[in-house]
Design a protein around this ligand. Structure first.
Ligand SMILES: Nc1ncnc2c1ncn2[C@@H]1O[C@H](COP(=O)(O)OP(=O)(O)OP(=O)(O)O)[C@@H](O)[C@H]1O
Length: 263
């Protein structure tokens, strides 16, 4: 899936909330999206989901099945949790929601009307409806907000499972809830611009390989943008030097594709 020079504004003559976003998302990617309040995270997620269309630029290669768990799940519908999930299952062609409800420990919520759910419980319902269709693209807006500890702890493994099936997972998150996942990509929206960064750990020379491995890539490598031929080079170096090497390499504008710890 690719974003090419995506810009978005809500109304003509208003400012662009997202500006010139370029990104490539590959099957199996898990992406953490950060940014201050009002930076444009939800807007970017809605663009990725196809719920809003770019004002300029294009989004191509979106997987056929998109699961979207919004930050404010509409809890004012006159259904119980079960009735709602059954309805969504029919909409999704008979998708099985029960295993997800079990995994998110929702038994005690099934008979509760949506309007009576706490924020965290409503969010779980939103997650189940997003997960049930086995999405090729799973988008979660602030999924950790208000969640109970058990569900918080199970969310990274759920994200990892979706990614292991070849799905793309992207979650806006202030709380670093997915940080434990190897290969996690980090996006930030700053002043409407999408940036990919390494973990803060990488800024420190004391970073271990395991820590470095959690942030191996950069979205907008100049070599890709220029359209010039590219080459991939494998480099072997002492594990203790990885973080410093990556920092220097990125400063030069090059892109890390893969990091593997050997021996
Ligand atoms: N429907 C809308 N119409 C007009 N402006 C909007 C709309 N939704 C969001 N905005 C504006 O777009 C900007 C980005 O909002 P967005 O909700 O995408 O940010 P965010 O990073 O998700 O913020 P938060 O963390 O507070 O949810 C904000 O200035 C917001 O006021």
């Amino acid at each position: 899936m690719r974003l090419s020079q995506v810009s978005f504004r809500y109304r003509r003559r208003e400012r662009f909330v997202i500006q010139h976003a370029d990104a490539h998302l590959a099957p199996g990617d898990v992406i953490e999206l950060a940014g201050v309040n009002g930076a444009g995270k939800s807007t970017l997620l809605r663009l990725l989901a196809g719920l809003a269309a770019p004002t300029k630029g294009t989004i191509t290669g979106r997987p056929d099945v998109v699961g979207f768990a919004p930050d404010r799940f509409p809890a004012d519908q006159p259904f119980t949790v079960t009735a709602y999930l059954r309805h969504m299952s029919r909409v999704r062609g008979g998708a099985r929601w029960e295993p997800w409800a079990e995994r998110l420990t929702m038994d005690h919520l099934l008979a509760v009307p949506l309007g009576e759910l706490s924020k965290g419980s409503a969010h779980k319902v939103g997650l189940v409806q997003a997960l049930m269709a086995e999405p090729g693209l799973l988008i979660m807006d602030e999924p950790f907000a208000g969640l109970d500890t058990d569900t918080r702890e199970s969310l990274p493994s759920i994200a990892a499972d979706v990614a292991a099936r070849g799905g793309i997972v992207i979650a806006s998150d202030h709380q670093g809830g997915l940080r434990a996942l190897p290969g996690l990509r980090h996006w930030t929206v700053v002043d409407g611009h999408l940036k990919e960064s390494t973990t803060t750990v990488l800024q420190e020379s004391t970073a271990t390989v395991a820590e470095a491995v959690t942030a191996p890539e950069t979205v907008t490598a100049p070599v890709e943008k220029s359209g010039a031929p590219v080459a991939t080079v494998a480099v072997t170096l002492p594990a203790a030097d990885v973080a410093r090497f990556l920092t220097r390499m990125r400063d030069e504008g090059y892109q890390a594709r893969e990091i593997e710890e050997t021996g």
